[in-house]
Design a protein around this ligand. Structure first.
Ligand SMILES: Nc1nc2c(c(=O)[nH]1)N[C@H]1C(S)=C(S)[C@@H](COP(=O)(O)O)O[C@H]1N2
Ligand SMILES: [Mo]
Length: 383
């Protein structure tokens, strides 16, 4: 009843208007895009996974892009928001969004993947968000080069790391989500401070009004709702640098506890592929069946993708899509003509420019990071 009355009211005030059009511009800019089609791994904090069969285009639309947030989404007022840059710099800066929009802008298509994508597949299981295959997406990010901002501040030679902090805060005494970025990657001309995602102001869930985009590296480097950059001579000592986002120095037996001193920070993501069609457990007819998906390789490039339709006994090279960008996934397609009706396992295996390829079994690690085993779906072929 209530819902009906509400809809009637909206309809009468401005027929045909969307909710966003009824809001003042500032609020409209940070309207949450509808994430209704995503899988809710956690409603609060917001952890949303993309059903991979919906990943049909090289660029992932904003409403389909996965969301990973550690804490509640902060409310950010564009008018009062600023970015502070201080620490080991000649002159600290306090920048508004208008200041940033006044700097030369760059747009880059970059694939973002959560380090924990695929965590649900580790055996024995590990704690954390149980992502399956869809904590990955690709967007065109527009903003400024982080290096341009750092040069403006006069970053000193003593600065070896940048500590990046966003407006989100943990509950109670939970430590702040602060990450530290090595200065070389920060000064790389491909590392951005982005204010737009696919041509729209950053949606609130994705870090409105400004986020870092650290291309090729696991997603947690790309700090959302960015408010503070502190240049420092040393690494940050918080738990999201010293305990989280680290990987065992050498392979360990599954189920082992690994002390932080035996770990290294996660940076570039490894080579990986994802089959987006047919969907897992799909029923298809026995005609030319396109096997399609995406392949990416952190800060490297994709050399080839091979597809197997017989559980990995034989492999055939897939065609790669024309769309490409240095840090973006590549689409692949292989047209499969099944010899008979029946149930098949279809697999994809990517190889990067250095000849590295996907493993059959992904290395177990205590936090369940960087799952990159050969992808597989079951496909049931009708006559
Ligand atoms: N401030 C802040 N930035 C953050 C996070 C966060 O919790 N707080 N999550 C990180 C993680 S773990 C990932 S994988 C990416 C996810 O970006 P997305 O939600 O836009 O997909 O944002 C990163 N940036
Ligand atoms: Mo992540």
């Amino acid at each position: 009843m209530y819902r009906r009355a509400f809809l009637d009211t909206i309809g009468r005030v401005i027929p045909g208007a969307t909710a966003a059009a009824l809001l003042p511009p500032a609020a409209a800019a940070q309207q949450a895009v509808s994430k209704a089609r995503l899988i809710v791994r956690s409603p609060r904090p917001e952890d949303l996974e993309t059903p991979v069969h919906l990943l049909t285009s090289w660029i992932t639309p904003n409403d389909l892009f996965y969301v990973r947030s550690h804490f509640d989404t902060p409310s950010v007022e564009e008018r009062s928001w600023t970015l502070r840059v201080d620490g080991e710099v000649e002159g600290a800066l306090q920048l508004t969004l208008a200041d940033l929009r006044g700097l030369p802008s760059v747009t880059q298509v970059v694939t973002l993947e959560c380090a924990g994508n695929g965590r649900a597949f580790f055996d024995p299981p590990v704690a954390g968000v149980q992502w399956e295959r869809g904590a990955v997406g690709t967007a065109a990010w527009t903003g400024v080069r982080l290096a341009d901002v750092l040069r403006r501040a006069g970053v000193r030679a003593s600065a070896r790391y940048l500590w990046l902090d966003g407006a989100d805060r943990g509950p109670g005494r939970a430590p702040d989500f602060i990450r530290s970025l090595p200065i070389d990657k920060a000064m790389d001309s491909d590392t951005l401070l982005a204010y737009e995602m696919n041509g729209e102001p950053l949606p609130l869930s994705h870090g409105f009004p400004l986020r870092a985009i650290v291309p090729g590296w696991e997603g947690a480097h790309s700090i959302k709702w960015l408010t503070h950059i502190q240049a420092s001579a040393r690494d940050h000592d918080g738990p999201f640098v010293q305990a989280g986002y680290r990987y065992p120095r050498r392979p360990v037996p599954p189920g082992t506890l690994v002390p932080a001193s035996d770990t290294v920070p996660l940076r570039a993501m490894p080579v990986k592929s994802l089959i987006t069609a047919p969907a897992d457990n799909a029923a298809v007819m026995r005609e030319g069946i396109p096997v399609t998906g995406f392949a990416w390789a952190g800060d490297g490039e994709i050399r080839r993708v091979d597809v197997s339709t017989d559980g990995g006994r034989t492999w055939a090279e897939a065609a790669l899509g024309r769309d490409r960008a240095r840090y973006a996934w590549r689409r692949f397609e292989y047209v499969w003509r099944p010899p008979d009706a029946g149930s098949y396992v279809v697999m994809s295996r990517a190889t990067d420019g250095r000849g590295r390829t996907q493993p059959i079994v992904s290395e177990w690690n205590p936090a369940g990071y960087v799952w990159n085993a050969i992808d597989a779906v079951r496909v049931n072929v009708g006559a």
